[in-house]
Ligand binder design. Structure first.
Ligand code: NI
Length: 184
């Protein structure tokens, strides 16, 4: 197990289209070791997800969280060679996204709120599942990394791109609780 170095915005590894992983290699030592190290790295930096290119491995593998199980414990999905289908293009969900590769910053991004994901899991099995809400946002953010796309590319209003502390103080409340704001 090892905590890996996280590539930061500007490093070309974050801008590459990543290579698919042969399904026969998923259960091999190399990919299994990478998955373990990515989990350890994500925990170290309190990430809700992590994509392989963020740790200098430009392959189509990502971990995405945001879900909880029946006991309220966080659930993380490992997706390999994922394919995303948008299920409802009309319903978008906006939030301030952050990224371990863009430390200290947050930006408002709107994405489809409901998706279907087809991917191989860490056991080498092909899976299809549906995500809605926050877990769908996390999954799309992580899968974007596999195509060299960062959330900053998806910010349409640059007045809502800010340092974390300023976003917390000045932006989040106004954007996320418009009704509360109106009552004040
Ligand atoms: Ni990210």
């Amino acid at each position: 197990m090892a905590i890996l170095k996280v590539a930061r915005m500007g490093h070309p590894v974050l801008r590459r289209k990543c290579a698919p992983i042969a399904p026969s290699q998923i259960t091999g030592a190399k990919i299994q070791g990478l998955i373990r190290d990515m989990f350890e790295t994500m925990a170290e930096y309190s990430g809700v997800g992590l994509a392989a290119p963020q740790v200098h491995n430009p392959v189509r593998l990502a971990i995405a969280g945001g879900e909880v199980d029946g006991d309220g414990e966080p659930v993380y999905r490992v997706v390999i060679n994922p394919e995303i289908t948008v299920l409802d293009d009309d319903h978008k969900l906006g939030m301030y996204e952050g990224c371990l590769s863009v430390p200290g910053l947050r930006g408002w991004v709107e994405r489809p709120a409901k998706i279907r994901v087809k991917a191989w899991n860490e056991k080498g099995q092909e899976e299809v599942f549906t995500l809605e809400g926050f877990p769908a946002i996390v999954m799309q953010h992580e899968c974007d990394h596999l195509d060299g796309v960062l959330y900053v590319d998806r910010i349409t209003d640059m007045t809502r791109f800010a340092f974390e502390t300023e976003a917390d103080r000045f932006l989040e409340e106004a954007d996320l609780d418009p009704e509360d704001e109106a009552e004040d």
